[in-house]
Design a binder for this molecule. Structure first.
Ligand code: ZN
Length: 177
């Protein structure tokens, strides 16, 4: 099992850096980082976490969609490490949906994202994977992918009017869906 890592917060310059490619997936430190990220995202009720969020500026993230108190309607999937990910193609359709971020506690935003994407990444066994994601999982992928380029969801808002506090989100959005 992985160890819990501290999650850095907005304002830490590491979150704004472009992360570097992972050269050797089988490296012990990378494998341990994956285990630690999986443990950390589960404990924090996240649905995804990127390595830069634990101050490790590598192009690697975990997508771990599952219903939890922060995202009660999230679809269930096996937590997956995605290394050196790429978006190969995207839908013309853009959809707005609510996002939060473990590095930006207390704020939610209505973020426009591609409804569907075709992606490529290396898995933790070093195998190249090609997949298509839609809706919420596509949203998680795009959110985490942005972290690798130093971008956070606040940068993608169309308007600051699309931003609410966690408390109002819980009251108005979760309880009305
Ligand atoms: Zn985030």
């Amino acid at each position: 099992m992985g160890e819990l890592l501290p999650i850095i917060q907005l304002g830490d310059p590491i979150l704004r850096q472009k992360a570097t490619l992972v050269e050797n997936v089988s490296d012990e430190r990378i494998q341990k980082l994956i285990d630690d990220l999986m443990a950390t995202v589960a404990q924090a009720n996240g649905v995804g976490i990127a390595a830069p969020q634990v101050a490790q500026s590598y192009r690697l993230f975990i997508v771990a969609s599952r219903p939890n108190p922060r995202y009660p309607n999230a679809p269930e999937m096996e937590p997956t490490a995605m290394i050196n990910p790429k978006i190969i193609a995207s839908s013309t359709e853009i959809v707005k949906g609510w996002e939060g971020c473990l590095s930006i506690p207390g704020i939610r935003g209505l973020v426009p994202r591609f409804q569907a994407i075709e992606v490529e990444y290396t898995d933790r066994n070093g195998k190249l994977q090609k997949q298509e994601f839609t809706d919420f999982v596509a949203r998680i992928f795009q959110h985490e992918y942005d972290h690798l380029d130093g971008i956070v969801f606040l940068d993608k808002l169309e308007s600051t009017l699309d931003m609410v506090t966690e408390q109002e989100y819980q009251k108005r959005v979760i309880n009305n869906t």
